[in-house]
Design a protein around this ligand. Structure first.
Ligand code: AVJ
Length: 320
């Protein structure tokens, strides 16, 4: 089968919407910025570095589980699936699936980092000539046009690894996943990675690595605002702060203002007090049963896999 990478399905990035979203977030009493802003080219590279850090157990543990149970996973997914990955990044994890699935027909990576998307789609297409690779450049949290494909597949399977679902509040996560179930239809599969609750030290270390990569990743969001939204944040006056909020079961990442300051973004002035923070990310940690219940309106749980220490879990579900 011939792969055609010229048909990159590009959704025009809605710059105006982004500005409005940013200004709305910075106008709140607890200021906040959308986590999806992390993933410009530099941010995507920093995230790839995070995944290799000793402290960041998530990626390593998830891949351990995948490797350990890949035969069972492939069996459940079945032959000739159409695989859709939400937030595919550099498409590293999907290779294990493509290596083991029986005759996968197509792979549709969806991502908001176009450079990453193009590069990884090119190399996947070269390495898996039997799989039609159809990259979609879009913010998957917004409705996007799904490419019209004339492939003969048995079922759609959504791959959503990395515990990215943890960026959403549980309420929104449930809502988002029900829209996914509806969009891809009853019987579609969902293979999802979920980070689990654990001791505070392990959690906090994962978001405060010794090499400062996570700090650079967090601060990069301000650099991006300066470049893309004509803002004037002084990066020397901000520091990274991440902690586990036990009551909510989530890591919170903030940027802390080191002094009273004013910044402007596209002409709008914003005042910040010393020690005031901008919330940049939630990363929810779940108890397995809690997560099952969360999706139970839209998905039926088929199987859960975990590592020995129950740090991370992978679930396979099917849309109701
Ligand atoms: C990609 C959202 C799963 O929450 O652990 C890593 C992003 N932030 N270090 C996470 C992230 C800080 C990551 N997710």
């Amino acid at each position: 089968m011939q792969n055609n990478l010229h048909e990159l399905h590009k959704i025009d990035p809605q710059e105006e919407d982004l500005l409005a979203e940013v200004l709305e977030g910075l106008g709140r009493s607890q200021k906040k910025l959308p986590s999806k802003l992390f993933y410009d080219q530099r941010g995507s590279e920093l995230f790839d570095q995070i995944c290799k850090l000793e402290e960041y157990y998530l990626t390593r543990t998830e891949m351990w589980i995948m490797n350990r149970y890949i035969d069972e996973i492939s069996e459940l997914i079945g032959e000739r699936c159409l695989l859709i990955e939400l937030g595919s990044g550099s498409s590293t994890k999907v290779r294990l699936l493509l290596d083991h699935l029986v005759d996968p027909v197509g792979y549709i990576p969806v991502d908001i980092s176009s450079e990453h998307l193009i590069k990884s789609s090119d190399s996947l297409a070269a390495d898996y000539p039997g799989v039609k690779v159809i990259p979609v450049y879009a913010d998957y949290t917004q409705p996007f046009d799904f490419p019209d494909i004339s492939l003969d597949y048995s079922k759609k399977v959504v791959y959503y690894p990395g515990s990215t679902i943890g960026n959403f509040t549980p309420r929104y996560a449930a809502h988002f996943m029900s829209s996914i179930a509806e969009r891809f239809g009853s019987g579609s599969g969902l293979l999802i990675g979920i980070d689990l609750r654990k001791d505070r030290d392990t959690l906090e270390a994962a978001y405060n690595d010794g090499h400062g990569v996570t700090a650079a990743f967090n601060l990069n969001i301000l650099r991006r605002l300066n470049r893309e939204l004509e803002a004037d944040f002084d990066l020397g006056q901000w520091k990274h702060h991440a902690f586990y909020n036990d009551d909510e079961g989530r890591i919170e990442m903030h940027l802390v203002s080191m002094k009273d300051q004013r910044v402007s973004a596209n002409g709008t002035r914003i005042k910040l007090k010393r020690d005031e923070t901008i919330l940049t990310e939630y990363s929810y940690k779940y108890i397995t049963e809690e997560f099952e219940n969360l999706l139970s309106n839209s998905f039926e749980l088929v199987k859960v896999w975990t590592d020995r220490d129950e740090k991370f879990s992978i679930q396979y579900l099917t849309a109701r």
